[in-house]
Design a protein around this ligand. Structure first.
Ligand code: AMP
Ligand code: ZN
Length: 135
């Protein structure tokens, strides 16, 4: 646990919060400043800053928790869908530097998340980018 990290303290019960799910590796609690009612954060108990540092075993375990939380939101809140969102680094909007996955309940036409601007890239440009990124 990182003594200076608020999510370490919330995920490990040092500070109380609105916990909706907990297992050996993760705590899921309500976002304190939610985009929508029920907006939940899934947080590993171990301090990991972001997805770049996420160990593969935790990475493999996180999506089953996402599915559980999302299914619960759908069942209880009656939402039509969910956004699953995970920010890495300030440039990507990360503000709390302990890995977390947002699960945001969505209703048809609620306007909660705005679509991004879509670039129009040529086929050549796409191919160039693909060649660089390809493993
Ligand atoms: P991100 O911008 O992806 O790093 O998301 C951080 C999220 O943590 C934001 O949606 C905040 O509202 C939320 N947050 C910050 N502090 C707390 C807290 N003490 N308890 C619950 N959620 C928090
Ligand atoms: Zn932490």
């Amino acid at each position: 646990m990182d003594e200076n990290c608020i999510f370490c303290k919330l995920a490990n019960g040092v500070f109380s919060t609105n916990v909706v799910y907990e297992d050996d590796d993760f705590t899921a609690f309500l976002d304190a400043s939610p985009a929508a009612e029920g907006h939940t954060l899934i947080v590993p108990k171990k301090h990991v800053a972001n997805a770049f540092e996420l160990p593969d075993d935790l990475g493999a375990k996180v999506y089953p928790v996402v599915k559980k939380v999302a299914a619960r939101q759908k069942e209880v809140l009656g939402c039509d869908g969910v956004n699953v969102l995970q920010n890495n680094g300030p440039a990507a909007g990360q503000t709390v530097f302990h890995f977390h996955v947002h699960v945001i309940p969505r209703f048809d036409g609620d306007g909660v998340m705005k679509d991004w601007d879509h670039l129009e890239l040529s086929d050549d440009k796409q191919k160039e980018i693909c060649d660089k990124l390809k493993f």
